[in-house]
Design a protein around this ligand. Structure first.
Ligand code: NAG
Length: 339
């Protein structure tokens, strides 16, 4: 580093016997108060110069590593212009280094390396499996900075964990989209006539001690309709306490009323809600005449059954009168015989 530096004391020695020249030098050049020349060369690094030259005593110059080189932690990277107008010694502090270790989908760098940026050839880093992954035995979790400043290729040393089999969905369907591994999801749907209560898809996510489903399986609830409408002058045949999807109700009119509309309506589903397929029928009382005749006939059959009794009654009357006749005859005979 000395060749770059002009030998100021030597100049002064030459001028030693000439006070005028010395005075001129003192006035014109701060060099006399002491300064340093160009900073020394450092392998694989360049000084960061801010236009100051020559450099005053106590001034420090920092160096920057050339491209492809990285500062070795702990080694000084600057030079100081000392009182003796000499730069302090700067040892080689830049070295070849791999770039930051690769980011892996299945593993993260061990914390000890997270703030490190100097990875010389031959240095190693270790990884640990990310959450949701488990360690694949026999495969190394270590990467090495190779001579070409590339990291060794990582094996897939962590594999996705698997969620438990979700099982069957009663009255519904479980669709496995890809697999049951961490990060996957399954879709759930209900059979027609059933309403899904809960999540329609669940995910295999990180949970305590591994992975698990993001939600429990939903329920498939049978769709039911509200109570069917009541009608005037009529009724529902075979009423039930609940009306489920596709269940039918049949209406019937009271005697003397005629049904207008659909006899039956059924429980349909609209947006997973139970709705009746149509309006309830009406029972109209206008056509009363057609019905009474059978009623009259019916009522006549009952009195007709009484006719025989009516026949019997006169018979009985004859019987009684016959009895009386006999009694009278007997009395007459008695009277005659007595007489
Ligand atoms: C640079 O790295 C090599 C390889 O790791 C090492 O042997 C050498 O000592 C390092 N040089 C410096 C200046 O740190």
């Amino acid at each position: 580093m000395s060749p770059a530096r002009p030998s100021v004391p030597a100049v002064l020695r030459v001028l030693g016997g000439r006070p005028l020249l010395l005075l001129l030098l003192l006035l014109s050049a701060p060099a006399v108060r002491g300064d340093c020349g160009l900073p020394p060369d450092v392998p694989n690094a360049q000084p960061v110069l801010e236009g100051l030259s020559p450099f005053p005593v106590q001034h420090t110059v920092r160096y920057k590593c050339n491209e492809g080189f990285v500062k070795v932690p702990g080694k000084p990277d600057s030079a100081l212009c000392q009182e003796n107008n000499q730069w302090s010694e700067v040892k080689e502090f830049c070295n070849r280094s791999c770039n930051d270790p690769p980011r892996l989908l299945f593993a993260s760098l061990e914390k000890t390396y997270s703030n490190q940026n100097y990875f010389p050839v031959g240095s190693t880093v270790d990884y640990q499996c990310r959450l949701g992954y488990r360690r694949e035995r026999d495969l190394s979790t270590t990467l090495t900075c190779l001579d070409n400043l590339e990291w060794s290729k990582p094996a897939e040393f962590c594999k996705k964990r698997a969620c438990p089999n979700p099982g069957e969905l009663q009255n519904g369907n479980v669709k496995i989209e890809t697999d049951l591994l961490f990060g996957s999801f399954i879709s759930l749907s209900c059979n027609t006539g059933y309403k899904l209560i809960g999540a329609s898809s669940i995910y295999c996510v990180v949970q305590e001690n591994g992975v698990g489903w993001s939600d429990r399986l939903p329920l498939c609830q049978e769709i039911s309709c509200p109570e069917p409408p009541k009608i005037e002058n009529g009724m529902i045949k075979e009423e039930s306490s609940i009306y489920v999807y596709r269940q039918t109700v049949t209406y019937e009119c009271n005697r003397g009323f005629t049904l207008v509309g659909q006899h039956s309506i059924y429980c349909d589903a609209e947006n997973e809600e139970g709705v009746w397929s149509g309006p309830a029928p009406e029972c109209r009382g206008r056509h009363v005449p057609p019905k009474p005749p059978p009623e009259v006939q019916e009522s006549t059959t009952v009195p007709s059954a009484q006719k025989p009794t009516k026949v019997i009654v006169p018979g009985a009357a004859y019987l009684i009168s016959g009895h009386t006749w006999v009694t009278l005859t007997v009395l007459l005979v008695l009277l005659i015989t007595v007489g």
